[in-house]
Design a protein. Structure first.
Length: 352
């Protein structure tokens, strides 16, 4: 045991030090701004180092009972993940069919269906091409590129998912002066949709809870302009909805000009400044899948505030998260295009 311990002592000490450093860095990054992909990247790296550290500790201890328990624990974690990966294509297709049946037949609502079909069709297509033209360098090149792209996208998916989970941990303090509710489309051009209603309700619940705890009632900013297919501004319809829920009229402000999330934040900020609010003591409300990206726009206009997310229907969440993920990728499209070019260039050097 002493010989085995001496062999892994150095790597174990290094892993312990690295774990402590990464834990501290993760904590500081999340404290400073939890709405960054960097938080997800560092958190994932920290988890990997934790795994390596624990594995080295098991080797150093060299106790069969502990090792067996550790292996069982790893199996309990790994088996569901492996099964999920293997069945992912069919799960995406199943989810896509549910969304297709329950929601509008827009391009955004068929993302999971399309991804599921591609996960089956692309590997099958390469197998077919390799059977027709075995040992073909162009086909091998394309296959290598597709694998690199998939791994690259998986890396960012995992980063995004971890970042999303980190934002869910947030609990607002009971000293807020305002809550901005981000608008979305109206049903029939006049009626608040269930999705938008859940956002408003999240702000109302926060308002009630804070008042019950501190006696201080925050003001709700209803933010949303009038779309081309709408008969009135979303902010006006949102105010009417909140009044029906018992919110005092003097505790509602309306931004009826904004057309997107960026303008939601910008125009709401201007409105709050006009009414003398402390911009640091606020929050925004949207659906949980949208919090991460919306926070980026808040900071872009100078609002250093956190967000609360209304719960999204479980069947719609995968599709919504994928749309948010794509939107975040497009926000950094220059970087990703450069990385894609690097991957193509490196693959070209290999196959020359």
């Amino acid at each position: 045991m002493s010989r085995l311990f001496s062999q892994v002592a150095g790597p174990l000490i290094f892993a312990l030090i690295l774990s402590a450093i990464l834990t501290y860095v993760s904590h500081r990054l999340i404290q400073k701004n939890r709405y960054r992909l960097l938080c997800g990247m560092v958190a994932n790296l920290t988890l990997i180092v934790y795994f390596v550290t624990l594995s080295l500790a098991m080797i150093a201890i060299n106790q069969p009972v502990l090792e067996s328990a550790y292996l069982i624990l790893l199996a309990l974690i790994a088996i569901p993940i492996i099964l999920l990966i293997v069945a992912s294509a069919y799960l995406f297709i199943f989810n896509g069919l549910i969304v297709w049946r329950r929601e509008s037949h827009s391009l955004g609502n068929v993302l999971t269906l399309v991804i599921g079909i591609l996960l089956i069709a692309v590997p099958a297509g390469f197998r077919l091409l390799n059977s027709w033209w075995p040992n073909s360098k162009p086909i091998a090149f394309l296959q290598n590129i597709s694998i690199l792209f998939v791994l690259y996208l998986v890396f960012w998916v995992l980063t995004f998912i971890t970042s999303f989970v980190i934002t869910k941990v947030f609990r607002p303090k009971s000293d807020q002066e305002y809550a901005i509710v981000l608008g979305s489309g109206l049903i029939g051009g006049t009626k608040v949709s269930p999705l938008l209603g859940s956002r408003i309700q999240a702000a109302i619940d926060l308002q009630k809870n804070q008042f019950n705890q501190t006696g201080k009632m925050l003001t709700i900013v209803m933010s949303g302009g009038q779309g081309g297919d709408e008969k009135l501004a979303e902010g006006v319809a949102m105010k009417a909805y909140a009044l029906e829920q018992g919110v005092p009229e003097d505790k509602i402000l309306v931004d009826d000009q904004s057309k997107n999330t960026y303008e939601n934040m910008l125009f709401s900020k201007q409105l709050l400044e006009e009414h003398g609010f402390d911009l640091k003591k606020g929050i925004f409300a949207t659906n949980d899948y949208h919090v991460f990206r919306a926070a980026g726009y808040a900071r872009l206009v100078g609002l250093d505030i956190n967000g609360i997310g209304a719960k999204t229907s479980s069947y719609f969440l995968p599709n919504a998260l994928i749309r948010e993920y794509i939107a975040i990728l497009l926000n950094h499209k220059r970087f990703h295009l450069i990385m894609a070019g690097v991957m193509v260039f490196m693959s070209t050097l290999i196959f020359i």
